[in-house]
Design a protein around this ligand. Structure first.
Ligand SMILES: C[S@@+](CC[C@H](N)C(=O)[O-])C[C@H]1O[C@@H](n2cnc3c(N)ncnc32)[C@H](O)[C@@H]1O
Length: 318
């Protein structure tokens, strides 16, 4: 979900964290504008999350079927409950973007008419301290969306050398005080390795000389985002997801990709631009689509959202 904001919102009746889908109207409009025969065919939601977008799309397009995938089995279980009313219009599986092509091949479904990637982390993951994504709660320093991954955030923090940590925080997180933070981490971990988000966030706050709670943005925000990206190999996964869209979407199929920081949006932009030059994609968004002010006010997460739309050129896959 990007480095700028953290935290979902609470369902007022159930006091449970909820995830509000971003740019929902814009996603429906963009997909609806491209597909023929009322979007009859398969739609792939490759970052299903709590199925917010998928639910809206299944309601908007009654002939559409959904292949919903997510690398986080805990979130997927929740999505399955929410999608139960749609019965056999829906198929869900736990997979990473980098394995999605294999799954589509295995399922032998018709080529999808649309695909959505709503990147990053769900509020439901952020709001669960035991998943270790958040500096707002104390939990294990984990951050794996796919729990079968071997490397946790603690492993990176406790084992990477100082220069690699500094590069990670600077290049992936945009943290300008990366070197000082990396030095402080290496000094502190000799005494006692980091295991908890709370102690780690405190150390980062001390290293930047700005205690938590002072400003609007927690001083560890960028470091946490950079670590999450490394743990989940988010850049590599995004590239793999874009390749899946190119290889598997039907002629005229539409890709909607929502990024939450500029580097990620840049990946999508470059991919579509190259694809357009190569005659494989029609790009529908010269500039990324951003949320209206009302949405930004209602949902903090939405503030950094940037959506790009591409349409698979007819005949280009032959
Ligand atoms: C921002 S949430 C999606 C929210 C969803 N669109 C909704 O409206 O409820 C992102 C989801 O994508 C999943 N995800 C992120 N990277 C992924 C990847 N490489 N492969 C599969 N799932 C991924 C996360 O586990 C998370 O549940």
């Amino acid at each position: 979900m990007g480095e700028i904001t953290e935290g979902g919102s609470m369902d007022a009746n159930r006091r449970e964290p909820v995830h509000i889908p971003v740019l929902a109207e814009e996603v429906i409009k963009a997909i609806g504008a491209e597909c023929e025969r009322d979007c009859e065919g398969w739609f792939v939601d490759a970052t299903l999350g709590a199925a917010g977008h998928s639910t809206l799309l299944l309601e908007a397009f009654p002939k559409m079927r959904l292949l919903g995938t997510d690398q986080d089995p805990e979130i997927l279980a929740l999505a399955r409950e929410r999608l139960a009313p749609f019965g056999d219009r829906v198929h869900t599986e736990s997979t990473r973007l980098s394995d999605l092509g294999r799954l589509i091949r295995k399922l032998r479904i018709d080529k999808p008419v649309a695909m959505l990637m709503d990147l990053g982390v769900s509020s439901l993951q952020l709001d669960r301290p035991e998943r270790g994504f958040s500096f707002q709660y104390d939990g294990p320093l984990d951050m794996r969306m796919d729990p079968t991954r071997e490397r946790t955030a603690a492993e990176i923090v406790n084992n990477w050398d100082e220069r690699d940590l500094a590069d990670l925080f600077f290049y992936e997180g945009g943290e300008t005080r990366a070197r000082g933070i990396a030095t402080a981490i290496v000094e502190a971990r000799h005494r006692s390795p980091f295991r908890r988000t709370g102690a780690f966030a405190d150390l980062v706050a001390r290293a930047v000389g700005r205690p938590a709670g002072g400003g609007k943005v927690h001083p560890a925000t960028k470091v946490f985002a950079a670590l999450r990206r490394a743990v989940n190999e988010e850049t590599e996964e995004l590239r793999a997801g874009l390749e899946v869209a190119e290889n598997w979407l039907a002629d005229g199929g539409v890709l909607a990709a929502i990024a939450f920081h500029h580097a990620e949006d840049g990946e999508v932009k470059r991919f579509l631009k190259e694809g357009s030059k190569g005659g494989r994609w029609d790009v529908r968004t010269k500039k990324p689509i951003k949320p209206q002010h009302a949405e930004e006010r209602a949902n903090r997460r939405a503030r950094s959202a940037l959506m790009r739309i591409g349409v698979r050129k007819r005949g280009a896959g032959e």
